[in-house]
Structures are given as C-alpha cells and as structure tokens.
Design a binder for this molecule. Structure first.
Ligand code: 13P
Ligand code: SF4
Length: 304
C-alpha cells in the first residue's frame, strides 16, 4: 500500500476541494476500494447510493454502464468515469435494435434488462434488474413469458429460481464468468474438501449448481462474512477476495479467479487525473435518460 500512499492522499485532498464523492464497485482493486472510495457496493447498492449523492461530482469507479446509471438517476450531478474505455462484454452485446427484435419475436412479453446495458437499451426496456434482485423482479411481473437481456446465464439461473415463468433470453455473456466450468468446480472441491464455493449468477447454471451458494457481489461478501468458513473460493472477479480478506483473517481465500479487464482499467492515476481535469464527464441524452430512469426506478421500487 505504501507505494500508493501519495496517490491516495492526493485523491482524498482533491475530492474534498472539489466536493466530489467516489462510488466504487466491489471489483475495484484494494487501493481504490480501501484507499479512496466513499461508498462501495454491488450494482444495485451503487445505483441507490447515486440517487442520494449531494456532492457536486460523482467519480464512478466501475464500468461505463455504472456511470451512466448514476447520471440517469442523478442528472444534476457531474459524473466522471476515470477511463471511458471501461466497458462490459454484456453491455456491448445488445442494442435497442436487439430489444426490438426480441419484442417482435415474443409479442406482449415484458423486457427485463440487466443494468449491465447502455442507457439506450435501458430506455427500450420495461424494467431493469441486477444480479441481486433479478428473480424478485421476474416473479413480481404479471406476465408469464418474460424477456431477459442480455445475459443468457443470469436468465437461465433466474429461470431455475422462478419455474412458474417462461423466460426467454438474449445470448450475451460475461467474459469473466463464462470461463468457469462445472468440471473446474468439481475438481477443485475434490482436491480441497471443506471449501465453501460461491459463484456469481453470471456463471453458467451448471457452474452455479456445482457451488454452495450464488449471489451478487455484495451477496457473496455477506454470505462469507456471515458463515465464516475456514476456506472459501469466490467464483468471480479476483479483487473480491483481495478486498475482504484483511477483514476476515480467519478465512483462507483460495482457488482460481478471473480478472475483468474492463474494471481493471480504473486506476488511482486515472482517478486523480479525472478529478484534476474534470474528465471524462458522462452525458446521456435527456430523452433517453428519462426513459431509462423509468426502467431503473421501477427496479428500485420493486426491490424494496
Ligand atoms: P453485481 O451487481 O453483483 O455487483 O455485478 C456487477 C458485475 O458486473 C458483475 O460482473
Ligand atoms: Fe461486465 Fe463481466 Fe466485467 Fe462485470 S465482470 S463488468 S459483467 S465483463
């Protein structure tokens, strides 16, 4: 941490001078997560926190769709993303045209879009969901057939949890979580008996089935914190275990993890530069933002 100290000090000083807050996703590196973040959380928690920000500037330490969501929910604020190229394979997999194609194929079915989508896709959807509330949102909708975009695996995992619904999906996937296989999990378990294995629901359903629990990034943190196993493997992005291991010294975090190259574009140097220069400010067309806000706010309302 020592080599990061000058950056952390400079960012925290500038943050106070500019009246800025840093919202950081659970996948940020430990020096961001522990050193400069004002709020950390999963996608749903960060979206809710964005609505409450009173400071002038939000620095979104996460990927681009998260910064767009903050801007949609709190448009009067300046929302900075330290690297505009912090994308997401899911957000890139679908456009508003793709939503229109799904609506044409399944007339009358509502569209539930994962928050890992662009503002245009959210605007074309009926409601959003995150990994922490997807099953709850789908179960609450009156229609039997439901379109879920763009994550095929989240949709399949939700279909297993809400069997009364007919869920159809877009074929997107997360490049981090699609890499896991049930063989990886079963082999690891055979060689490391007694390890609690927890997956993110962006993993394929046979991977989730092979694990002990599945939840959003904050759901995973809460689960290990509550259960305190002697050994845990987090089937998700690598920074998750690094961020919580100091606070949970009784747990040995073990096993392979995968890096999200998009999340890892956010660095202390780029955060400092963003605060110093006020770039890159995220803008969303007001008409698109208005429609997208309806879909995100419906989600927040239904998640209560
Ligand atoms: P969470 O909402 O669970 O934090 O997930 C966001 C994400 O991008 C996971 O890959
Ligand atoms: Fe997107 Fe996957 Fe990275 Fe999350 S981990 S931001 S879903 S590519």
């Amino acid at each position: 941490f020592v080599r990061y100290a000058p950056y952390i000090a400079a960012i925290n000083k500038l943050k106070a001078e500019k009246n800025a807050v840093i919202l950081a996703h659970n996948y940020m590196t430990p020096e961001i997560y522990h050193g400069v973040a004002d709020v950390v959380g999963d996608s749903l928690q960060l979206a809710i926190e964005a609505t409450k920000v009173e400071a002038d500037i939000i620095v979104q330490c996460g990927v681009h769709f998260m910064a767009e969501t903050s801007k949609i929910l709190n448009p009067a604020k300046t929302v900075l993303i330290p690297d505009v190229e912090a994308g997401c394979s899911l957000a890139e997999s679908i456009t508003a045209e793709g939503i229109a194609q799904m609506r044409a194929r399944y007339p009358g079915a509502p569209v539930v879009s994962y928050v890992n989508t662009t503002a245009e896709v959210k605007a074309a959807s009926d409601i959003c969901c995150t990994s922490s509330n997807a099953a709850q949102i789908v179960a609450a909708l009156p229609e039997e057939t439901i379109i879920m975009t763009p994550d095929q695996y989240l949709a399949q995992n939700v279909a297993n949890m809400v069997p009364q619904k007919k869920i159809v999906w877009w074929e997107g996937s997360c490049i981090v979580h699609e890499q896991y296989t049930p063989e990886d999990i079963n082999d690891f378990r055979a060689m490391n008996p007694g390890t609690m294995i927890i997956a993110h629901p962006e993993c394929p359903p046979d991977v989730v089935d092979a694990c002990d629990y599945s939840g959003s990034t904050s759901g995973i943190i809460d689960y290990v914190t509550t259960n305190k196993p002697a050994k845990a493997m987090l089937v998700t992005e690598c920074s998750m275990a690094s961020n919580i291991s100091d606070a949970l010294p009784e747990i040995e975090f073990t096993g392979p993890c995968n890096m999200c190259p998009y999340m890892k574009k956010i660095t202390l140097e780029k955060i400092l530069w963003a605060l110093h220069t006020g770039s890159e400010a995220v803008e969303v067309d007001p008409e698109v933002a208005g429609k997208a806000r309806v879909a995100v706010e419906r989600m927040i309302e239904l998640s209560k």
